[in-house]
Design a protein around this ligand. Structure first.
Ligand code: GLP
Length: 251
């Protein structure tokens, strides 16, 4: 794999603060959507992208972007949570994307965490992505343990969409958004699925992500930091605030 400092396709942008970082990512997404006839987005949930969705909603309200031709595929969903559960990522997407923009709800795909046959749902999800032409722009954030989607440390880089067991630190980090008892598993795009996106933009903000960002960009690519798999991708933009960038040494 090409080391990050030798991979011209991997660029890092450090913004002054988290709001500026999110605004920059929203610009990248809006430009991609405006310039692409049938934009296929890969989308993420969690706290970090909330500011990106808020900016995209603002741009939609100002008619600066339209999602009417867009299709999207979310990275993951908790196993056992119904799409109607307020804790589900499906509900998150309705709140922060479908209800906030002009995207057609039928074009917003989230894996079905309640499928009887989860392996079958994983295969069908991959097939739906392929049928849509593949993901043009994938939005990612990163877990403090280096996960992307729900690909926890130890996940092979060639994994495709699969059922993942959530790491204890992930359950702890997400506890405020989860029911009691929390789901222990999730259906997630695999690292190989993510790497097939034609372009990737990863947003990380706050000092709590600094070590994961350092391992992602400056560590040897290794399953211990799933995000380090991005070093081998030809078109990755990493957008950080000063806190998330604070442990980087290569300038
Ligand atoms: C969840 C998501 C990940 C995301 C992570 C970071 O676990 N499945 O895709 O990267 O959260 O979340 P946050 O942005 O809330 O720190």
């Amino acid at each position: 794999m090409t080391p990050p400092h030798e991979n011209p396709g991997l660029r890092v942008w450090v913004a002054d603060d988290a709001a500026a970082a999110a605004a920059h990512v929203a610009d990248v997404v809006a430009r991609f959507v405006n310039e692409t006839e049938r934009p296929v987005l890969g989308l993420a949930t969690g706290r970090t992208p909330l500011a990106v969705y808020a900016k995209l909603a603002e741009r939609r309200a100002a008619s600066a972007v339209s999602f009417q031709n867009a299709v999207s595929f979310n990275l993951d969903e908790y196993v056992g949570l119904d799409a109607r559960s307020p804790h589900s990522f499906a509900a998150y997407m309705r709140r922060h994307f479908v209800d906030a923009t002009d995207v057609f709800s039928g074009n917003v795909h989230v894996p079905n965490g309640r499928a009887q046959d989860l392996a079958g749902e994983a295969r069908a999800y991959e097939a739906r992505i392929k049928a849509a032409g593949g993901i043009g722009l994938q939005l990612l954030s990163i877990g403090a343990n280096g996960h992307i989607g729900f690909n926890e440390p130890g996940t092979p880089f060639d994994a495709r969409t699969h059922v993942a067991t959530l790491a204890p630190e992930t359950l702890h980090a997400n506890r405020g958004d989860l029911p009691d008892p929390p789901p222990r598993q999730a259906l997630t795009m695999g690292i190989a699925t993510i790497l097939e996106a034609r372009a990737i933009v990863l947003l990380a903000t706050g000092a709590a992500k600094a070590e994961a960002v350092r391992a992602c960009l400056e560590g040897e690519p290794d399953v211990a930091c799933p995000a380090s798999a991005l070093q081998g991708h030809p078109d990755v933009l990493v957008v950080l605030d000063r806190g998330a960038a604070s442990l980087l040494t290569r300038g």
